[in-house]
Design a protein. Structure first.
Length: 114
């Protein structure tokens, strides 16, 4: 499967962005999908994940500001980001944990200016 992330950009602190991750084929709703980010000079870190039948998981740093969702009919994963902070700057990658392996999207850059 191929994952294509989009929606990144430059936004001022306090603003919002919505990221999308389109999959090249249907991914069952029971498959865990998530978002990770990598800030300049730092390691990639978990942001949020989702699967059917369970509450979404969020990193403490984004809890209450970010919302992960998925549209299974469109094979698309989303990340709504509100109240953005400069610390949210980084390349955001989507991921799918399929039985055949873990698949990553190429990333989309989010830059939050102060």
């Amino acid at each position: 499967v191929q994952l294509q992330a989009s929606g990144g950009g430059l936004v001022q602190a306090g603003g919002s962005l919505r990221l999308s991750c389109a999959a090249s084929r249907t991914i069952h709703s029971s498959v865990v999908m998530g978002w990770y980010r990598q800030a300049p000079g730092k390691q990639r870190e978990f942001v949020a994940s989702i699967r059917s039948g369970r509450d979404p998981n969020y990193a403490d740093s984004v809890q209450g500001r970010f919302t992960i969702s998925r549209d299974n009919a469109k094979n698309t994963l989303y990340l709504q980001m509100n109240s953005l902070k400069p610390d949210d700057t980084g390349v955001y990658h989507c991921k799918a944990n399929l039985p055949s392996g873990h698949y990553w999207g190429q990333g989309t850059l989010v830059t939050v200016s102060s």
